[in-house]
Design a protein around this ligand. Structure first.
Ligand SMILES: Cc1cc2nc3c(=O)[nH]c(=O)nc-3n(C[C@H](O)[C@H](O)[C@H](O)COP(=O)(O)OP(=O)(O)OC[C@H]3O[C@@H](n4cnc5c(N)ncnc54)[C@H](O)[C@@H]3O)c2cc1C
Length: 579
């Protein structure tokens, strides 16, 4: 497309303020300054997390850490073992009695907990927590103010058109897998996706306000024929139609039942939309450039981080397939996910997200799995076809890693999984145990909870669970309790289950609150007897079906601020296997 040059100053429609083409872009800019300022404030708030994450990644992987890597250096086991032993120990700050904590510190901690609890409460059916709703309301109110202040919307709805343009950069910034914003906030792209979806819906509504009022304007002025004869009008109708198609093909049912259709149509339609939009208005160009820059950045980073590796595929039964990539030895953490493409037949046309269920192991440690492990539960066509490949080798293409847990160190961690969500909690648990083995003594207790259908499903990961439990139990200062809750006690218990220390299986289903509350009790025994102490923090990590995740979030949100403060703070990370 040739360079259209600067946007011309068009004559305003009859009966309008003379300077609408100066005023309206100004409001689009005000909206832009507002969301950029909010994003900058959030980045500043999360800066310590970013610093900790970068420092950790640097120590662990050095320069190689920007992507998955294979270690080709000669093996020097003795040296590596020594480095492990020397690992500088980070000691836990010992608990101290709650009554000795000064009132201002108690108040600050309780205020922090109240803030977290209020914003962490998830609203049923909306799949959003109060914090996310708050953000959305702020976003919508700012848009509405920019839309209505100093505008004569009914006579000239161009303001709505300009507001659509101003939404293009944030909607693209929030859509990409390698979003600079997600990186700076130290959160996975999938956690920002709700804003992308709502931004898109706002665009759709505003585009219809703009289009419908213009159509009305033409109709009441007896100029309906212009809608079919004038280029501007025809291109406007094409633009709004394509945007409507984008919204319709991305509704939740389409994403659930026809993901590939949703994905392909989304990419094709937004390109078509940009073309229509460019022909419709010369004011679009400056807003499209940032969007293209975000998208270009995403594609470039992905190209640099794509890896093709050998993998072994191992169906455990007809419901679960393990994928082992022995040469991907670093550049990732357990609990992160990669987008996997199997380079075999039809499977090569689709990439699917799967979570890494182990942590990288030192090459000297021959007792642990080397490389990356993924577990894919049969869910639809692709996962079934993967399972049907049988025990075989294949080339795989990996994109990532993405996401993962970024939590401050805690004294106690509760890991809760439902069904195949256990791939996530296993990966996180491996990371936690590896950190303790590496010298970090801040973690004392892990409670691992798995809600699962039957013993048959337990057998998918029983050997991993056993290996992790044995590692944890070899360290006297770390307690690991495994609790498995079965929906039905059908099938035979896997043999290895009985060799997992401190493991209980039951068919009862405790509520999330019953799991969380006991973790808040910290006590200190001193000369004066057992007294409440201030704990070193509690972390809750949950992954599984929608209901389970919501219940966990709300159980944490219901903790009293004083209780949370006394425990040293309660933080939750909720993961869902859906976008
Ligand atoms: C971040 C993340 C991590 C995941 N980790 C695991 C894991 O460790 N183990 C596991 O068994 N499953 C995991 N899943 C789910 C897994 O990706 C889907 O089960 C798989 O993509 C289904 O593909 P299918 O063709 O077999 O089924 P389909 O019938 O096509 O889809 C079943 C469901 O998966 C969703 N889905 C399909 N394709 C994609 C895609 N490319 N991207 C996102 N969602 C998709 C659909 O919306 C639908 O809800 C994860 C999903 C996400 C989003």
């Amino acid at each position: 497309m040739s360079d259209p040059g600067p946007a011309p100053v068009l004559a305003p429609p009859p009966g309008q303020q003379d300077d609408v083409y100066l005023i309206d872009p100004g409001y689009a800019m005000i909206f832009t300054y507002t969301w950029v300022s909010v994003a900058a404030a959030a980045i500043l708030y999360r800066l310590p997390k970013l610093y900790r994450r970068m420092r950790h990644a640097w120590r662990r992987d050095g320069l190689q850490g920007w992507g998955l890597y294979e270690d080709l250096s000669p093996l020097a086991p003795e040296e590596e073992k020594e480095a492990l032993i020397r690992g500088s120990a980070i000691k836990r700050t010992d608990s101290f009695r709650w009554v000795t904590v000064s009132t201002p510190v108690r108040l600050v901690r309780a205020g922090e907990a109240l803030f977290r609890n209020t914003f962490g409460w998830e609203v049923k059916y909306l799949r959003l927590n109060v914090g996310q709703l708050f953000l959305l309301v702020g976003f919508t109110v700012t848009l509405l103010l920019c839309l209505t202040l100093n505008s004569e919307l009914v006579l000239n709805s161009n303001r709505a058109g300009f507001m659509v343009l101003s939404l293009i950069p944030p909607v693209f910034l929030l859509s990409t897998k390698n979003s600079p914003l997600a990186f700076l906030l130290s959160i996975g792209y999938e956690k920002l996706n709700f804003l992308h979806r709502w931004g898109g819906r706002m665009m759709f509504l505003l585009a219809w306000v703009h289009g419908a009022l213009w159509i009305n304007n033409r109709l009441v002025n007896g100029q309906a024929y212009l809608l079919l004869t004038e280029d501007k009008e025809r291109r406007g109708i094409a633009t709004i139609s394509v945007l409507t198609l984008i919204v319709l093909t991305s509704l939740r049912p389409v994403r659930i039942f026809a993901w590939q259709f949703f994905f392909t149509s989304h990419v094709a339609l937004y390109v078509a939309w940009f073309v229509c939009l460019n022909y419709h208005t010369p004011y679009a160009i400056p807003w499209i450039y940032p969007a293209l820059a975000f998208y270009g950045w995403d594609i470039s980073v992905r190209l640099l981080r794509f890896r093709v590796k050998d993998a072994s595929l191992l169906p455990i039964d007809d419901q679960m397939t393990l994928v082992h990539i022995p040469d991907a030895v670093g550049g990732w953490r357990g609990g992160q996910h990669v987008r996997l493409r199997i380079l075999a037949g039809d499977l090569a046309f689709q990439a699917h997200p799967l979570t890494i269920l182990n942590a990288p192991a030192s090459r000297a440690d021959t007792t642990r799995t080397q490389g990356m492990l993924l577990g894919a539960r049969v869910n639809g066509d692709w996962t079934r076809a993967l399972n049907k490949l049988g025990k075989t080798g294949a080339w795989v293409m990996l994109d990532g890693p993405y996401g993962g847990v970024c939590m401050n160190p805690k004294e106690r961690v509760l890991l809760v999984a439902g069904g195949s969500g256990v791939t996530f909690t296993l990966g996180v648990m491996d990371e936690l145990i590896s950190a303790v083995e590496g010298g970090d003594r801040r973690l004392r207790e892990i409670e691992f909870v798995w809600y699962i259908r039957s013993y048959d499903c337990v057998s998918w990961f029983v050997s991993h669970l056993q290996a992790l439990a044995l590692r944890a139990h070899s360290m006297s200062f770390l307690d690991l309790r495994v609790r498995i809750f079965l929906t039905c006690p059908c099938g035979d218990p896997p043999l290895l289950l009985s060799s997992i220390p401190d493991c209980a299986v039951s068919t009862s289903k405790p509520s999330m609150r019953e799991l969380v509350l006991p973790l808040l009790e910290f006590e200190l025994e001193d000369a004066e007897g057992v007294k409440p102490a201030m704990g070193g923090g509690v972390g809750v990590v949950v992954c599984g079906p929608e209901r389970l995740v919501r219940h966990a979030q709300n159980a944490v949100a219901r903790i009293s601020p004083v209780g949370a403060a006394r425990a040293g703070g309660v933080e939750i990370h909720a993961e869902r296997f859906s976008l």
